[in-house]
Ligand binder design. Sequence first.
Ligand SMILES: NC(=O)c1ccc[n+]([C@@H]2O[C@H](COP(=O)([O-])OP(=O)(O)OC[C@H]3O[C@@H](n4cnc5c(N)ncnc54)[C@H](O)[C@@H]3O)[C@@H](O)[C@H]2O)c1
Length: 360
Amino acid sequence: MKQNIQINGKTILVTGSPGFIGANLVIRLLKEMKSGTIISLDNMNDYYDPKLKEYRLGIIEETAKGSPVKHVFIKGNIADKALINDVFEKYSPNIVVNLAAQAGVRYSIDHPDVYIESNLIGFYNILEACRHSYDNDATGVEHLVYASSSSVYGGNKKVPFSTSDMVDNPVSLYAATKKSNELLAHSYSKLYNIPSTGLRFFTVYGPAGRPDMFYYSATEKLIRGETIKIFNYGNCKRDFTYIDDIVEGIYRVIQGAPAKSIGEDGLPIPPYALYNIGGGTPENLMDFISTLQEELVNAEILPKDYNFEEHRELVGMQPGDVPVTYADSEALKEDYGFTPNIRIKDGLKMFAEWYKSYKH
Ligand SMILES: NC(=O)c1ccc[n+]([C@@H]2O[C@H](COP(=O)([O-])OP(=O)(O)OC[C@H]3O[C@@H](n4cnc5c(N)ncnc54)[C@H](O)[C@@H]3O)[C@@H](O)[C@H]2O)c1
């Protein structure tokens, strides 16, 4: 059962905006909402070039000029409890979308501290602030939506991956923090009746995406004439999801919160839900690379006669990596009437065209 959440006139806090997914979500909200306030909160860290975050913030601010919705940007760290409490006290958000996190599987091997700080302490601060939003009988937070990840499935052999699969064997610290978020959210939903929905995103890509992700870093390496490493000798399948599909999914999910109800014990049944959002058509890594190459040539980023064979090296599996990701998004379809449907060719074309305009 879903509780309809009206977004107009509401205050929506989006942490991790102007990160990749956060910025695109905020732009969509600014276009759709008739009134209200959106708060973007981000520490603008330099995990990748912060200029890209400034660029996305510029687009957000430009969009806000033509929107009836007020936009506020706060530069800050979700691991700073006092700051988070101040933000909740000052703005009383009705909806919270927590996307701020240290992302990336490989980076978590050499930089574990920042994952604990942002993904665990930061998320805990958000949960605590949601809990106290109901103090003194205030309406408080109507829906907490937060990012989880397909990486929680680790080396899951059963495909497609379903949220009912057992995911107790993470193969990276990043995955362990994301699974922990789901567990923490469940306990807070049960104890404090916070309607919460976790979303397991599957490899999100698109214009102004993350430079640490394969399609983006491969593009830059090929331009520099360097060699791209193809992991697991190319025997990887990824369920890639175009950014607009992810935003559509989040946008719908925000507006339907798990309904509150009381169980036989007289205590709340946790208003808790979890969904996959993924394309549902895993692509062979080699096919994905061929399409990327084609689109880079079509966008005239690379010449027609570029020798791609010379610029690739097949290497073994990396620690923390998984050979396959494949989303079962049936529940999202049933509950929100939506399945991601943007094709890789179209998505990579959009990326290549954006890249050309951004760099030239
Ligand atoms: N892009 C994907 O393929 C993908 C897949 C699965 C899950 N996710 C999750 O989705 C969310 C958004 O990912 P994204 O791709 O937009 O990444 P991103 O790195 O572009 O965005 C995350 C933003 O959070 C900010 N941030 C990090 N730690 C923070 C902190 N402690 N306080 C405040 N801000 C902080 C960063 O500066 C960044 O702008 C993340 O939680 C990520 O783990 C992304």
